[in-house]
Design a protein around this ligand. Structure first.
Ligand code: GLN
Ligand code: ZN
Length: 755
């Protein structure tokens, strides 16, 4: 029998029970015992459902109250200095949980740990802060207690931990660490703790342990092969321990890393053969894994498409001879996909039949295991059913013909300050698009969606909100206004709902961070725009004021980054289709008299490939699709773009190539460093480095904003500098936003007066 496993499973619960339980605990509506009870039940449900589906080796310790990287830090006592006293003094469950959530969410006076993206996924982890003074020790027992809980239910499991290399490489030096010190310097101390834990897991009966090393799919990880060899040489040589599975994912790891792992005492190696199909050739290059087990990640854990079973079987067939034993698995944890397709009865059946969520992917793994064991015989009928009827075609020949005719993106290369469109002054003030989403606005949207209010009433409420936001901006004295985005639930979903080729789900929740979950739309076919999407709202807003109103759209890269995207054609081709729909929308906005149009590319940096060799190709299609969307307008129409990050270093050239007149970016937390960076690299276009950190409720003073502007002016000419917040204002309240914007306008006025 060919064995089966998965690397991990969603932990939020089919009904987002974990979210509700955490939020109720944070609000003081329930206690630690209630929260722990929900957690224990959710873990049990996952283990039992995997067992009942027929999975052979079931993972444990994949549950987390907030984040598994934070759990790993806590497990080894690697708590940031500011939280240490509370953490060490915790002597009951309430204070333990309070200390844990304080690190994740901050307290009145202590800022939380920094949060950042887990590789190129939309999951965010908390970044451990380490310094030479940090002393790792085995401080917790979560993997042990989860293993024991499962064992008590009759389910033997394989505890999962973040591997030592990945953990240290994702950590950052604490503020007090000396220049040049690296968290990886703690490797030996940390390995001693992993050893102790392995010993204890072995004592309670664990037969194997999974150590996740996705860092090996990145250039950074591949550059640390001596550390890899050292770590697994040492753990592999340990006398008393469970079998070790070193699991890698999010890409191939390269023959060299494979050779290193092969040379250590670990018994099992996990490879992601879905996003790194070259892993098969790499296995051949190292002449296979000898008597080690290959955990073959063939079922893609990152997307929602049904597996191509014959293709997967042939991949599995090609690796059977390259390891002592082959175990069928998902490519990575199923954390990144929604739980159950059966929760989507309303979805178009033609789309539905092509999808698989976590539960369905588990069934695919089991079926592949059976088909491989029994030959085509017994599993043949099921395999055939799993293949389903021939997939419906979602091709739109009109879109294809138009793109063909357009060829490469039409060019519109500006000089950074082309014909002045409006009469905005130097140091023009504006915002990023959204204004606070008040409970009234949210209620109106929910009521409309549920049919409790009709279209007419909804439109009246939204227009009243737009009136209010326009008046407020005029009163504050901003130069380029926005309509405030009250009609938008989310900057991607809003457009996905209006574009053909996109489906949205009712319950397809995926954890983004902590208790926050998102429902990524599903881009399944050729994309087209049946009718204008934003024109009515924006032109209405423009009719209410003499100042220019900026139209607001989401760019092609961001539309893909925050969706599940078809994988039957290159991403660049799909991006061009989205771009064409945006191009039409922009033309309609321009026809409607709109002179400033912003195309948000919040995720441009985020989708940058993990490996250098793939970056040029990515940036080429990212830039091309942006230009395809925006290059149809007159030279006098200003194109703006916005990005949610400040480390530009690697992609300045690409940003320049977008050919946007004005780019607004996050900068408040990085103290304008990027401005110097940009001008050093010869950036000539207009830029609005955010001067107000919207991630914090703090209101910046006029003087503070003035100081930021003066510092920006050391590197930029006044014509280049725009004045705006860091990002959209939708998560803030008016109590902070109004004074902050007034201060922003006043600061711009003062600095302008000195020019
Ligand atoms: N226009 C969007 C807003 O203001 C941009 C959001 C974002 O960059 N994430 O909300
Ligand atoms: Zn932003």
């Amino acid at each position: 029998m060919i064995p089966t496993t998965v690397h991990g499973y969603p932990r939020i619960g089919g009904d987002r029970e974990l979210k509700r339980a955490c939020e109720s605990y944070w609000d003081g509506r329930s206690g630690a015992a209630d929260l722990d009870a929900v957690a224990a039940r959710l873990r049990r449900e996952v283990w039992e459902s995997l067992r009942d589906a027929g999975i052979g080796t079931i993972p444990s310790n994949t549950f987390s109250y907030y984040d598994h990287v934070l759990d790993n830090a806590v497990l080894f006592g690697l708590v940031p200095e500011r939280f240490r006293a509370a953490f060490e003094a915790a002597d009951d469950r309430e204070s333990e949980l309070a200390a844990y959530f304080a690190m994740a969410r901050g307290t009145g006076d202590l800022p939380p740990m920094e949060m950042t993206k887990w590789f190129d996924t939309n999951y965010h982890y908390l970044v451990p802060e380490l310094s030479p003074a940090t002393r790792p020790r085995l401080a917790g027992g979560k993997p042990l207690s989860e293993y024991t809980q499962a064992k008590g239910l009759g389910v033997p499991t394989r505890p999962v931990l973040v591997g030592p290399l990945t953990f240290l490489m994702l950590a950052k030096p604490a503020a007090d660490a000396p220049e040049g010190w690296r968290p990886l310097n703690l490797l030996d101390d940390l390995l001693a703790c992993y050893s102790e834990l392995l010993d204890r897991l072995s004592a309670v009966g664990a037969r194997s342990v999974q150590l996740d090393e996705p860092i090996l799919a990145s250039d950074e990880g591949r550059a640390e092969l001596p550390a890899l060899e050292h770590a697994y040489g040492r753990l592999g040589a340990q006398a008393r321990r469970p079998e070790l599975l070193v699991s890698t994912y999010f890409g191939a790891i390269g023959a060299q890393a494979l050779e290193v792992l092969k040379g250590t005492g670990v018994e099992q190696i996990g490879l992601d053969l879905a996003s790194g199909p070259e892993g098969v050739a790499e296995l051949a290059r190292v002449s296979g894994l000898g008597d080690k087990t290959l955990v073959a990640g063939v079922v893609d854990g990152r997307n929602v498409w049904r597996a191509d079973m014959p293709g997967k079987l042939s991949t599995l067939g090609s690796v059977l001879g390259l390891a002592g034993r082959v175990e069928v698995s998902t490519s990575c944890s199923l954390l990144h996909v929604p739980i159950d397709l059966d929760a989507e009865p309303g979805m178009d059946p033609a789309v539905r039949e092509r999808l698989a969520f976590a539960k369905q992917k588990v069934d695919e793994v089991v079926l592949l295991g059976r088909a491989l064991s029994e030959g085509d015989g017994a599993a043949a009928a099921e395999l055939k059913a799993a293949r389903g009827s021939a997939p419906a075609s979602f091709t739109n020949s009109r879109v294809r013909a138009r793109l063909e005719a357009l060829g490469g993106a039409t060019t519109r290369v500006g000089d950074g300050r082309r014909t002045v469109a409006g009469k905005e002054p130097v140091l023009a003030t504006t915002t990023i698009g959204s204004f606070p989403q008040t409970p009234e606005v949210r209620r109106a949207r929910a009521d409309h969606r549920a049919g409790r209010i009709g279209d007419g009433e909804y439109e009246r409420l939204m227009r009243a909100e737009i009136d209010r936001v326009i008046k407020l901006q005029e009163d504050i004295g901003l130069d380029v206004l926005v309509h405030g985005e009250p009609e938008r639930n989310d900057m991607v979903q809003y457009f996905a709902e209006q574009l053909d080729g996109y489906a949205t789900t009712a319950n397809g929740w995926v954890q983004s961070y902590g208790s926050r979950c998102v429902r990524p739309p599903i881009l399944y076919g050729d994309v087209s725009r049946p009718e204008p999407m934003t024109v009515d709202w924006i032109t209405y807003a423009q009719s209410r004021t003499d100042r220019p109103v900026k139209g607001m759209l989401t760019g092609p890269v961001t539309m893909l980054a925050w969706s599940f995207v078809r994988d039957d054609q290159p991403l660049g081709d799909t991006a061009r289709q989205v771009a064409l729909a945006l191009r039409d929308e922009i033309a309609d906005l321009e026809k409607g008299g709109i002179r400033h149009i912003q195309v948000d590319e919040a995720a441009l940096r985020e989708l940058l490939p993990l490996r250098e060799e793939s970056r040029a190709d990515y940036l080429a299609w990212a830039v091309e699709s942006f230009r395809l969307a925006t290059s149809g307008v007159a030279a006098s129409t200003r194109i703006h773009t916005h990005m949610c990050y400040s480390e530009f270093g690697r992609i300045v050239g690409a940003i320049e190539a977008l050919d946007a007149d004005v780019t607004s970016v996050e900068a408040a937390r990085s103290h304008m460093e990027l401005v110097g960076d940009l001008s050093a690299k010869g950036y000539r276009r207009a830029i609005g480095p955010g001067v107000y950190d919207i991630h914090s409720p703090r209101v910046p003073s006029v003087e503070e904003i003035e100081a930021s502007l003066r510092s920006a002016l050391r590197a930029l000419s006044p014509e280049q500098l725009w004045v705006n917040p860091d990002c959209g204002l939708k998560t803030r309240g008016y109590a902070e936003v109004e004074p902050a914007l007034r201060n922003l306008v006043e600061a711009a006025r003062r600095v302008r007066a000195e020019l």
